[in-house]
Design a protein around this ligand. Structure first.
Ligand SMILES: [Zn+2]
Length: 146
């Protein structure tokens, strides 16, 4: 499955960037050609068994799909010009393979990291360890729900 290999590649790069630190959130950008729901659902599979990434949440930001065509067109496509990972060139109307796909943007680390900005909250509440840790485990809602 295409999305699984993307997720595995993302996990590999994230693990390299983490350098042994434990990651709580992986932030990535994906173009319109990527099925974001599919990607989010296979991400836990891709990170399973990795010390740095297991249980990490995935934050996806959608960006326009980019196409470089042999006719000379190079630019962003509208959503209705994108079909899977194939896009229709607005210049000549020919289908072409989209570039871009998935791009690692940043990592948020768990634990007492320098900065002390508090735990980041993500829109996706898929972490299985989000149980109450104690009577004062406040539920901060600083993030905007998507
Ligand atoms: Zn073209």
């Amino acid at each position: 499955m295409h999305e699984l290999s993307l997720a595995q590649e993302l996990a590999r790069r994230s693990a390299e960037m983490a350098e042994g630190r434990r990651v709580s959130v992986v932030q990535a950008r994906c173009s319109a050609g990527v099925d974001r729901e599919e990607l989010a659902s296979v991400f836990p599979v891709a990170v399973a068994g990795t010390a740095e990434l297991e249980g990490a949440a995935l934050q996806l930001e959608g960006v326009a799909a980019r196409l470089e065509c042999s006719c000379g067109f190079a630019g962003d496509l509208a959503a209705d010009q994108v079909f899977g990972h194939i896009g229709l060139c607005p210049g000549c109307g020919c289908p072409g393979e989209l570039s871009g796909g998935l791009e690692l943007v940043g990592l948020l680390f768990a634990g007492p990291a320098a900065g002390g900005a508090g735990a980041p909250t993500s829109g996706a509440v898929s972490a299985p360890e989000c149980l109450a840790l104690g009577p004062h485990a406040g539920q901060r809602r600083t993030g905007r729900a998507g």
